[in-house]
Design a protein around this ligand. Sequence first.
Ligand SMILES: NC(=O)c1ccc[n+]([C@@H]2O[C@H](COP(=O)([O-])OP(=O)(O)OC[C@H]3O[C@@H](n4cnc5c(N)ncnc54)[C@H](OP(=O)(O)O)[C@@H]3O)[C@@H](O)[C@H]2O)c1
Length: 179
Amino acid sequence: MTPKNSIFIATSIDGYIADKNGGIEWLHSIENPDNDDLGYVEFTGRIDALVMGRVTFESVMGFDIPWPYDKPVYVLSRTMSAIPSTHQDHATLVNGSLSKVLSQIHANGHHRLYIDGGATIRSFLKEDLIDEMIVSTIPILLGGGAPLFSELPRALQFDLVSTKTYVNQLPQNHYERRR
Ligand SMILES: NC(=O)c1ccc[n+]([C@@H]2O[C@H](COP(=O)([O-])OP(=O)(O)OC[C@H]3O[C@@H](n4cnc5c(N)ncnc54)[C@H](OP(=O)(O)O)[C@@H]3O)[C@@H](O)[C@H]2O)c1
């Protein structure tokens, strides 16, 4: 199977994925009375595993909900020595160069990957390793926080596959890397 690295993420109008305090409560600032999943179920139905940064992993561990993923999760970290015992059934610690990490994950039969976490996505983009981006924009200006994008060694061209508007408020652009 051809490997594919995808992102599915929501940003503020000014491009942040977490606010100045690392908070993400603003993601729920639009009314969604019917609990529309905003395309998440369709997206996660076609991935084999997640690769997330340590900060996102810790933030998900801190949510007061059951573990939200039914796919294997790989956690990127240079500082963690082990996944906490409470979550060892849910996640695997990986580190090293992204090419080494990806070879290890592919060897486990996981080829279609959901890449999550700001620093993690930016490190994948720096090496031109993102093939698909589904980005929803929440109509809020945060004025600062954790950015989704940063400087790149060169421009990366994407094709727009579709644009949808959810709950009348939330534009979602689906891009595929042009190679
Ligand atoms: N808006 C959204 O939809 C959305 C989605 C996901 C997350 N978030 C939020 O965004 C924030 C994420 O924070 P973040 O930008 O700090 O990013 P992150 O990618 O979740 O975590 C960054 C950490 O991941 C590890 N890491 C990243 N790249 C690595 C690499 N190539 N090799 C080894 N380790 C690597 C490092 O951990 P070590 O420091 O341990 O080495 C790094 O400090 C959180 O507040 C989260 O809740 C928002």
